[in-house]
Design a protein around this ligand. Structure first.
Ligand code: NAD
Length: 336
């Protein structure tokens, strides 16, 4: 590609991705599929990686999600809320593991936590002395929106923490991160309800969850079937967490919903088997999932691996392949 053509293509991709981001994150009304969006993003990443001189800090590859709108107060996250790098096939997963081993040392024993990738929106919940204080969207990763009043209406989010086991301490303070989402059946029922009252329907469950959470009136949010899964923590005081697996158990103990399909494996072949099994279950899940997330279990290893751009090196999202648009050909039988 000639230099001028290349510059033009990069600019076009950036403009398209900015527009898609705006429709998806701000309007909750995308007009391309996630697979189409991912393909544009991959092309831009590839062009920027092969032509570093054309990189720009305001490129859509350099940010997470969307800027906050003026509708809600702003919240600066004490620790950035990241995105996830993507793997589209098993070769990408092997390449990810090799990068991890290259950074940690080839003989380092690794354990992995594998979790469903629920297609909702990432939020952060802050608790002090066991009480819910603040809830925010991810926003651009650094600054999100204060949607506390709306999050209080989500039934799965505990307002007071408690423990099942006497040995589990309530943290002095904790930031819990997870996904607000809608079950597929609830989403369809909501769309029917909206359509019958002449209101605008949502394109998919993810946008429905996002639109429902970002309502000006919390009473509307309270009427929407929103659910929550906790999958991570930000800063924590008063308790020491050393691994992802321990964290998931701790979150469950504190009263958070944690996905039952999360698993821990020492063996990468078992990770791949679980991913394959998960892919096969895609259509029977009660919520929309867009893949599976693989995380390095040990927090000391996670810290050593760190972050590249907006993606942690210690985790990767294995995305489901794009759903093919199916055309049914009518078979015609002719009796001769
Ligand atoms: P992402 O969805 O690829 O992955 C990161 C997110 O995964 C996290 O922030 C979190 O919200 C979520 N997640 C779910 N389960 C998780 C778990 N167990 N552990 C950790 N995280 C978990 O990245 P993104 O930055 O949120 O969004 C980018 C994606 O959004 C694109 O890949 C694209 O598919 C879609 N998108 C689509 C359009 C469109 O117009 N169709 C526009 C913008 C973005």
């Amino acid at each position: 590609m000639a230099e001028s053509e290349l510059v033009q293509r990069i600019e076009r991709l950036r403009a398209l991705l900015r527009e898609h981001n705006y429709r998806y994150y701000v309007l909750d009304d995308p007009n391309v599929s996630d697979a189409e969006y991912d393909a544009l993003m991959r092309e831009l990443r590839h062009l920027e990686a092969t032509h570093p001189e054309l990189c720009s800090p305001d490129s859509p590859t350099q940010r997470v999600g969307a800027p906050v709108t003026s509708q809600f107060g702003k919240v600066r996250h004490p620790q950035a809320m990241l995105s996830l790098g993507n793997a589209f096939d098993e070769a990408d997963l092997h390449a990810w593991r090799e990068r991890v081993l290259k950074l940690l040392g080839a003989d380092t024993p690794l354990a992995y936590v594998v979790e469903p990738k629920i297609d909702g929106l990432a939020i952060s919940l802050t608790y002090r002395a066991g009480r819910f204080e603040l809830g925010a969207t991810r926003g651009d990763g650094e600054v999100g929106e204060d949607v506390s009043a709306n999050l209080r209406t989500v039934r799965g989010i505990p307002l007071l923490l408690r423990t099942e086991t006497p040995d589990t301490p309530i943290p002095t303070s904790i930031e819990v991160r997870g996904e607000v989402y809608m079950r597929s059946a609830d989403f369809e029922a909501l769309n029917k309800r909206l359509a019958s009252s002449g209101e605008k329907i949502f394109a998919n469950a993810r946008n429905s969850a996002a639109g429902s959470l970002r309502q000006k009136d919390p009473a509307i949010t309270a009427n929407r079937p929103l659910r929550f899964f906790a999958y991570q923590v930000g800063p924590v005081e008063g308790v020491e967490l050393t691994s992802q697996w321990q964290t998931l158990a701790y979150l469950r103990d504190l009263g958070f919903p944690v996905n039952r399909d999360a698993r821990r494996f020492d063996d990468f072949a078992a990770v791949l088997d679980y991913c394959r099994a998960w892919m096969a279950r895609r259509d029977s899940l009660e919520f929309e999932a867009d893949g599976i997330v693989i995380k390095i279990d040990d927090f000391a290893q996670q810290r050593e691996l760190g972050v590249v751009g907006r993606d942690p090196r210690w985790a990767i999202a294995f995305k489901f392949p794009a759903r093919e648009a199916t055309t049914r050909l009518q078979a015609i039988t002719v009796n001769v």
